[in-house]
Design a protein around this ligand. Structure first.
Ligand SMILES: *Cc1c(COP(=O)(O)O)cnc(C)c1O
Length: 351
């Protein structure tokens, strides 16, 4: 790779660095010991997020993985089972923590970019009996990461949650990118949140904070989560340094996610024009672009990623034949056009 050329890094929206204004917010945030007393900045973040999602309470956490896993623990006991789609982050990318940390089993269901069939949920619920685990929880993910940033429509979320609830299941939303879903769909965050018992959100993805996630839910659920956060090693002291960045992100960086969706659309157009490449899913709704590299191109996804890297574009191989590109606040329209042209050129040149 030429050392003079700037790389265009499309590996993840977690690559974002805090802006000067965000750093300023971090150093000027009032602090306290959030375990002995309270940290006022953490308190404010939790109050503001709970207000935005119209839930009773929120709890700041170090990571999205911890937030999801604590939510599972709040809803389930060892020997319980949760239902999610078979591409869910909770199932794929958290080291089976549901089993390692909480003694849970998972019933993964085939879905379409995170969209499940209500019937399939009903079929997956186990009848009570001596031989079976107890089905306790339904987890959805919105937007859906492995589903290419797809927004699960509000009415489908409502139908799935109603199905779960009518069978006595609790519901959790992995909303690591909930605000991408909000900006892309025009549906308010609280409308999605109202359907679920608990919702996790990440500040460290497209919202641009260096660290931080949060769980929202009822006062009772969040009180339980506070105990588990300590157990899981996630209780922090002067965490306002981090919550200050998250607070800044919540109040300044939500609307601008629309720009990331526009730059992703620019990339998607270039992929559509490229021989040997197919968008999967075809519709790019938010900031994630996944494409399949046909065998006829002459190499696999890892080879395509290596060829992109030679030209200064960084991406992730997402499967043997799939490449993922993610746009974020450091990617301008120009960057997206440049990267898109490189994708198209490499597709035409072959491996
Ligand atoms: C990133 C992500 C998480 C949590 O990730 P952390 O790296 O642990 O903060 C959870 N769910 C989804 C869908 C994600 O994309």
């Amino acid at each position: 790779m030429s050392s003079t050329r700037e790389t265009i890094d499309l590996r993840s929206d977690t690559l974002t660095l805090p802006s000067e204004a965000m750093k300023q917010a971090m150093v000027t945030s009032p602090l306290g010991d959030d375990m002995i007393d309270v940290d006022p900045t953490v308190e404010q973040l939790q109050a503001d997020l709970a207000r935005v999602l119209r839930k009773e309470a929120a709890l700041f956490m170090p990571s999205g993985t911890m937030t999801n896993q604590i939510a599972l623990r709040v809803h389930c006991q060892p020997g319980d089972e949760l239902i999610c789609d078979d591409q869910a982050h909770i199932y794929h990318y958290e080291q089976g923590a549901f089993a390692q940390l909480s003694g849970l089993s998972v019933r993964p269901l085939a879905g379409n970019c995170g969209c499940l069939e209500p019937e399939a949920i009903v079929d997956a619920i186990r009848p009570p009996g001596l031989h079976t685990v107890t089905t306790r929880l339904l987890c959805l993910e919105n937007t859906h990461n492995r589903g290419g940033g797809t927004v699960i429509p509000l009415d489908l979320c409502a139908e799935l949650c109603e199905t779960a609830r009518s069978h006595g299941l609790a519901t959790h939303l992995d909303g690591a990118r909930l605000f991408n879903a909000v900006v892309a769909s025009g549906v308010a965050a609280h409308e999605f949140a109202a359907l679920f018992d608990t919702v996790s959100v990440c500040f460290s993805k497209g919202l641009g904070a260096p660290v931080g996630s949060a769980l929202v839910g009822s006062r009772e659920a969040i009180e339980k989560a506070r105990r588990y956060r300590k157990l899981f090693g996630g209780a922090m002291r002067q965490a306002g340094v981090l919550a200050g960045a998250a607070l800044y992100a919540l109040h300044h960086n939500v609307e601008r996610l629309a720009e990331d969706h526009r730059t992703a659309a620019v990339l998607a157009e270039c992929v559509r024009r490229s021989p040997h490449l197919t968008l999967e899913p075809e519709r790019v709704e938010t900031n994630i672009v996944i494409f399949r590299v046909a065998e006829a191109w002459g190499g696999d996804a890892a080879r395509f990623v290596a060829r992109l890297e030679e030209q200064g574009v960084r991406s992730f191989p997402f499967s043997r034949r799939h490449v993922r590109l993610v746009t974020h606040m450091h990617i301008s329209t120009d960057d997206a056009l440049k990267a898109g042209e490189i994708v198209e050129r490499i597709a035409r040149e072959r491996a």
